[in-house]
Design a protein around this ligand. Structure first.
Ligand SMILES: CC(C)(COP(=O)(O)OP(=O)(O)OC[C@H]1O[C@@H](n2cnc3c(N)ncnc32)[C@H](O)[C@@H]1OP(=O)(O)O)[C@@H](O)C(=O)NCCC(=O)NCCS
Length: 390
């Protein structure tokens, strides 16, 4: 049964090959991709389940952060969860996830986030929907040129200028990743792809950037945005002009943004389409630490008495007082437990995906009217989203 499975880091090159073969089959990628993919994340960041001395399942962990309330909270991003077909349906993946979450807790990582191809597996170990990842498309012919700030090609070998601009956007946005080098490399240096990058605004006063590739399209090609940061209204209008300048041969633009995308408000007509809307899942791994490390709205000065239930991590069980003042949260054990929820329900409350009233309406929490109102103030903020997939 699941408890007889052994969990651990990759032991040797042979085990790395075993895991590579499993993941290659699970995700249907070419065999040659395993080496660069495992190098990108680092073999030490993979975990396997062994049975009879052989790897039968595994996953990768991206150690990075996620911005909430202006603070980067350490987060383990889970990727490439795969079980060899002959071992499926016996609880291997659930055991792999349980052990991974326990390890993250032991290492002091307060959050974990992932994209789920099946939610049931992850919900069983405490993950729940916590933010949006939305993809839009727009026909270039619907754009008309307008404002033009200077636009200049960027050197993709030099990540720093992009990272500085990204950070300004990310820290003002709930849920954006505090990207690690592996995520940056996936965006800017995908093997075998031709990537274009342009800075928007004067070099001395950069106001954004766009990174894209060109994929075959109806007319000539489509512009597929890989990364995008817009910091001023003029930069936003310049972005649409820049894309309009491609309209002779580029059919459409696709990009990722929040479900409530402010850039759409700069278009003259509603010619966009939502191509894909997906929710990423989050697990609050260490409740008091996660609550203490995120930022809160400045000006809110109140207290929330929580009672949390966690079937996997006993240290998260019980009552906590979250006292918020001057944008910071202080957590102490105890209190009256005025807002009761499972650790799963805490994820969308923490991220701000749903209001406490909405979470009550879908059965994720029970609270007194005063606690609901305090929670609404504490967790108020912009829609949580991220453009990255991992
Ligand atoms: C998805 C996958 C990892 C599940 O592995 P597994 O070892 O068979 O899963 P488990 O036996 O541990 O199942 C754990 C729970 O998830 C559920 N589950 C597993 N696969 C599921 C699926 N495809 N759809 C819905 N639920 C699923 C199980 O029913 C079980 O819940 P239950 O105990 O309440 O019945 C495996 O099928 C796989 O490797 N698929 C290909 C790669 C993939 O899709 N990975 C996930 C990427 S996010």
């Amino acid at each position: 049964m699941a408890s007889t499975f052994e969990f651990g880091a990759i032991a040797d090159p042979q085990e790395a090959q075993q895991l590579g073969a499993i993941l290659q089959q699970c995700f249907n990628f070419p065999a040659a991709n395993w080496q660069p993919y495992s190098n990108l994340l680092g073999l030490e960041n993979y975990r396997v389940i062994r049975c009879g001395g052989k790897a039968i399942a595994g996953l990768g962990i991206y150690h990075m952060g996620q911005w909430f309330g202006g603070q980067s909270v350490p987060m383990g991003g889970i990727a490439a969860v795969g079980v060899a077909p002959e071992h499926r349906g016996t609880g291997v993946a659930a055991e792999l996830m349980r052990r991974t979450v326990q390890e993250l807790w032991a290492k002091g990582v307060p959050l974990s986030t992932l994209y789920a191809s099946t939610s049931r597996l992850y919900r069983k170990v405490g993950y729940e929907q916590a933010g949006n990842a939305c993809r839009f498309s727009l026909p270039t012919l619907s754009l008309t040129p307008g404002d033009r700030l200077p636009v200049r090609p960027l050197d993709l070998a030099e990540h720093k200028p992009l990272q500085n601009l990204y950070r300004l956007r990310a820290q003002a946005t709930n849920g954006n990743l505090d990207r690690n080098e592996a995520i940056w490399k996936r965006i800017l240096q995908p093997p075998g792809e031709i990537i274009h990058a342009y800075g928007i605004g004067p070099e001395t006063q950069p106001a954004g950037y766009v990174v894209f590739d060109q994929k075959p399209g109806a007319k000539g090609y489509n512009l597929q945005v890989r990364d995008l940061v817009i910091l001023t209204p003029a930069a936003g209008r310049t972005l649409w002009t820049f894309f309009a300048d491609h309209r002779s041969l580029a059919s459409e633009i696709t990009w990722k943004g929040p479900a409530v995308e402010p850039l759409l408000a700069l278009l003259s007509e509603q010619t966009y389409q939502v191509v894909h809307l997906e929710r990423w899942l989050m697990r609050i791994v260490d409740v008091p630490k996660a609550l203490a490390l995120r930022g809160y709205p400045v000006g809110v000065d109140t207290e929330l008495h929580l009672e949390v239930q966690d079937d996997l991590l006993p240290e998260n069980n019980g009552r906590f007082i979250l006292a918020v003042s001057q944008g910071q949260g202080k957590v102490t054990p105890g209190g009256q437990g005025d807002l009761k929820l499972h650790v799963r329900g805490l994820a969308p409350l923490y991220s701000g995906l749903f209001t406490p009233q909405q979470l009550q309406a879908i059965g994720h929490l029970e609270a007194t009217a005063t606690a609901l109102s305090a929670a609404a103030q504490i967790f108020a903020g912009a829609e949580p989203w991220m453009p990255d997939h991992f």
